[in-house]
Design a protein around this ligand. Structure first.
Ligand code: GDP
Length: 524
């Protein structure tokens, strides 16, 4: 268990997340040669992306997990990399993905620094105080001044930065890095992109070996830089890193396989190992012997031929073995987990066993929903997996009115999967669908057509905001009765208030002190 490292990569599109993932898998022994992760032909994505839509658009819509091993010294680590959707339209999905990891690797482009999407994803990590390891990529190209990049991270993200390595030269003159943590010189091989850098042990900055490998003017600059680093930057402090207020930064070039091993060693060393899981009525410790886990993601129709659904479960404790019977806490029903899968780089494989920190996929017919907890019997419920109020609402209609029932089924499925919010208004027919970003409507329309053979039309809705209605049963019912034209039910049957005016929401707050409107709902 302590050797598990479960993390996600966050980055702005094009910073190099796919390339880095590919090199992780290469060094993790999961693939023989880099390039294999990419789909053949025109589409250039990792295998963690499933849908044709994603390939068309070059964006990653769904999150999934990949496992691979990393050896360091005598220890074999199991890395679980959870893929986050890169597009800003899918932030809710991203948020939930990040509830399943213990750390995040933040990739930034050395020429661009902190970009908008980096910033957004970072904010999400911050909400959970996740430890962050930073990789500054593309150092083989003209990049910005290193001190300037570090300053920008500190200023824009309000996190302290401590260099774990230091680049020598820039762009065409980039020769490699000085490994500050281990006092080694890492030299990049431009000739072979898959080759691991030559690593030379250095005995302090006066070691004559340095001059053999680094041109004099670059060496002077390196000594000067490291002097400044020592004076100006905080040392690596494990506790500060663990609480997310300090990030170590490595410099490298993912495409040249450079700096990747050092980053992986950093993940192994600083981890952290699987953490305590917040739950009710008590928290779950990873070292507990009984198995528990929670669903953070549901993906339907991963294989259109099978119409299966896979619930991605993060194990919070225990040693899971295939065939185990677990209790589905929400329904109190037992579930035999007979064909759990793990995603070992390229293919899904049966998971014979798994430990706290691992991610397993459980095929099911819809019983498992986001936020559900599985245990060996104890009524315990994992908390902190929110559902956000959608920011965009549209009405939806089946192209063929006779297919309305089919449409309802498709919509409910996407709602349970967490791909959209579906509201059934108390008055009238039809549905209101809510999403976080416009692109999701297109993805939904395309999936409903692809997976259900149903052409659909999204159209403007009279509502623009949705809020969950909370309060004592009687008060909520009374409120719903008096505001019927604004009331709808979500797929769980919970009552939702729809409106187009902030003024309405303020009015409810004023006129109905015994109900509250909220923009998030805890999934359960
Ligand atoms: P993603 O959108 O974050 O997944 O980025 P990709 O991994 O697809 O990389 C975006 C582009 O940057 C691709 O053309 C890569 O070949 C290129 N790239 C990735 N890493 C490096 C690097 O270290 N140096 C250079 N020069 N290009 C890189």
């Amino acid at each position: 268990m302590a050797r598990r490292r479960t993390f996600a990569i966050i980055s702005h599109p094009d910073a190099g997340k796919t390339t880095l993932t590919e090199k992780f898998l290469l060094f993790g022994g999961a693939i023989q040669m880099a390039g294999q992760v990419r789909a053949k032909g025109e589409a250039r994505r990792t295998r963690s992306d499933f849908m044709a839509m994603e390939k068309d658009r070059g964006i990653s819509v769904s999150a999934s997990a990949m496992s691979f091993d990393f050896e360091r010294g005598d220890t074999n680590y199991r890395f679980n990399l959870v893929d986050t959707p890169g597009h800003s339209d899918f932030s809710e999905d991203t948020y939930r993905t990040l509830t399943a990891v213990d750390a995040a690797v933040m990739v930034i482009d050395g020429a661009k620094g902190v970009e908008s999407q980096t910033q957004k994803l970072f904010e999400v990590c911050r909400m959970r105080d996740l430890p962050i390891l930073t990789f500054c990529n593309k150092m083989d190209r003209e990049s910005r001044d290193v001190f300037e990049i570090i300053d920008e991270i500190q200023e824009n993200l309000a996190i302290d930065v401590t260099p774990a390595s230091w680049p020598i030269g820039v762009g065409r003159d980039f020769v490699g890095c000085y490994d500050i943590l281990r006092d080694r010189l890492e030299l990049m091989d431009r000739a072979d992109r898959n080759k691991v850098a030559e690593s030379i042990e250095i005995n302090g900055l006066d070691d004559p070996k340095l001059a053999q490998h680094v041109p004099a003017e670059l060496l002077d600059k390196l000594r000067e830089d490291l002097e400044m680093v020592r004076e100006l930057m905080p040392p690596l402090d494990h506790a500060l890193m663990a609480e997310g207020s300090l990030t170590p930064i490595w410099f490298g070039s993912a495409i040249n396989s450079f700096g990747v091993k050092e980053l992986m060693a950093g993940i192994a060393e600083f981890g952290p190992e699987p953490q305590i899981q917040q739950a009710e009525p008590r928290q779950i410790l990873p070292e507990e012997t009984k198995v528990s886990g929670f669903v953070f993601k549901v993906q339907a129709n991963m294989d259109p031929k099978h119409r299966d659904r896979v619930a991605f479960v993060r194990l919070a404790s225990g040693h899971f073995e295939r065939g185990m019977k677990l209790t589905h806490v929400r329904t109190k029903k037992p579930m035999a987990i007979s064909s759990p899968v793990m995603f070992l780089a390229s293919d899904r494989e049966l998971a014979e066993e798994a430990w706290a920190g691992d991610i397993i996929g459980i095929p099911n017919h819809g019983q498992l929903r986001i936020g559900d907890t599985l245990t060996e019997g104890e009524a315990i419920r994992v908390t902190g997996i929110p559902s956000f109020a959608p920011e965009l609402l549209q009405g939806v209609r089946a192209g063929d009115p006779l297919k309305a029932k089919h449409l309802e089924k498709a919509l409910m499925q996407f709602a349970e999967e967490g791909a959209a919010k579906v509201f059934k208004p108390a008055i009238g027919s039809g549905f209101v669908v809510g999403v976080v970003g416009q692109l999701q409507f297109e993805v939904l329309a395309s999936r409903i057509e692809l997976e259900y053979g149903l052409p659909v039309r999204f159209e403007a809705s009279q509502f623009t905001s949705a809020r969950w209605v909370n309060g004592a049963r009687q008060a909520v019912d009374k409120f719903a009765e008096a505001n019927k034209q604004h009331i709808a039910h979500d797929h769980d049957g919970d009552i939702v208030y729809l409106t187009r005016l902030q003024w309405d929401i303020d009015r409810v707050d004023r006129d109905y002190p015994d109900v509250t409107l909220t923009a998030t709902k805890e999934m359960m």
